[in-house]
Design a protein around this ligand. Structure first.
Ligand SMILES: Nc1nc2c(ncn2[C@@H]2O[C@H](COP(=O)(O)OP(=O)(O)OP(=O)(O)O)[C@@H](O)[C@H]2O)c(=O)[nH]1
Ligand SMILES: [Mg+2]
Length: 351
């Protein structure tokens, strides 16, 4: 594919067929390799379509996030055959993009040949901060090509699982019985980030006990439960009656599913669709504000980088800083000097 400039890539991605897929792929690489160019992209197409829902899936390792993601894709594709779906697998602990996520990709193989499903793996070389604009950029490109929903699955453990919530309109915390989840949850701060809780592997013993533990932690023992049984497995949806009527699926908060057996997935999507209907306008505004904040941070980080450079290398500044250390210079005067010299260096380098 010849090297195309941004406007051509954007136009191409809005078409359909193989060209659109290739252009979208190039745009996604661009926003992850050079996240600062997201601003250019946004300026070019202010009226881009956006996904109706960006759903984050996080939770304990091996709880079935990838399997559940796969089933959600299937459910959305079945319900809305004309619509596209995006999947982003984020591995904040891995220095590799692609290879480390092979396992997840294999599990998505049934969708790999579906031209309506866009799958992207991102790694952060150890810091999610560096991924922030990249993830947002990929979400935007997926919106551009017409993805109705974008699912973001985090791989790996630690703080990153919590941070992923910043990229999603809704965060689903996925748990499974037999992993000592209750304590893990509290440790990882997952309780706070969860908009929805999915206890997966309902086909296994211990799911009901985990649910009881979780309900106690959420202090929502007054949730109304709806049971459904199939193949000897009981799945369940719990409605938070403190926030709305029990008949309204947008208030469902806790789900018992078996991704392996395809159980409880339809109820989960019912709830996601109901919430989306109510909140999508607000989410759109919030996404704009987040991108603005993200770009502001990028600007400030660059200012800091340049100021540190001046502080360490500019002879006049170094001298004044030494005087500050010796108590002979007020701090404010050194700050002024750093700013002046940084700006001076910037102007001389642009001449
Ligand atoms: N019994 C049972 N097994 C399941 C279910 N869902 C997933 N599994 C199995 O659990 C294992 C882990 O599933 P994954 O989907 O890879 O879990 P994950 O949370 O994505 O794992 P990581 O990304 O490694 O944290 C696999 O062997 C799945 O087949 C379920 O509903 N019931
Ligand atoms: Mg996974």
């Amino acid at each position: 594919m010849p090297r195309l400039e941004l406007p051509e890539l954007v136009r191409g991605a809005r078409q359909s067929g193989p060209l659109a897929v290739r252009c979208a792929g190039r745009l996604m690489s661009l926003v992850t390799d050079e996240p600062q160019r997201l601003a250019e992209l946004l300026a070019m197409c202010r009226e881009w379509p956006q996904p109706r829902l960006v759903l984050g899936l996080t939770g304990s390792p091996g709880s079935g996030k990838s399997t559940l993601t796969d089933r959600l894709v299937l459910e959305y594709r079945t319900r809305f055959p004309a619509d596209k779906i995006g999947v982003i697998a984020v591995d904040p602990s891995s220095p590799f993009t692609g290879g480390a996520l092979l396992g997840d990709r294999v599990r998505m193989m049934q969708h790999a040949t579906d031209p309506q499903v866009f799958i992207r793996s991102l790694a952060s070389r150890g810091r999610l901060g560096g991924l922030a604009l990249g993830v947002k950029g990929v979400v935007r490109v997926m919106g551009l090509v017409g993805c109705r929903v974008v699912l973001i699955e985090t791989v790996g453990v630690g703080q990153s699982e919590v941070e992923i919530a910043q990229h999603a309109d809704l965060t689903a915390v996925v748990l499974a019985p037999g992993q000592g989840d209750g304590i893990q949850l509290l440790k990882a701060g997952l309780l706070e980030v969860g908009d929805l809780f999915v206890i997966n592997k309902a086909d296994r013993d211990g799911a009901a006990a985990l649910q009881a533990q979780l309900l106690a932690m959420l202090q929502r023992v007054d949730l109304v439960r709806h049971d459904r049984s199939a193949n000897g497995v009981t799945t369940q949806v719990c409605h938070d009656v403190t926030t709305g009527p029990e008949s309204d699926p947008s208030h469902a908060r806790l789900f018992l599913t078996s991704a392996r057996e395809h159980l409880g997935i339809a109820e989960l999507v019912d709830a996601l669709e109901a919430r989306t209907e109510v909140a999508q306008e607000r989410w759109r505004t919030e996404r704009e504000e987040q991108i603005e904040a993200e770009l502001q941070s990028a600007v400030l980080a660059e200012i800091e980088r340049r100021a540190i450079c001046t502080l360490r290398t500019n002879a006049a500044v170094v001298e004044r800083f030494d005087r500050l250390l010796g108590g002979a210079e007020p701090l404010a005067a050194v700050v002024d000097e750093v700013l002046r010299r940084t700006i001076g260096d910037a102007t001389s380098s642009t001449k």
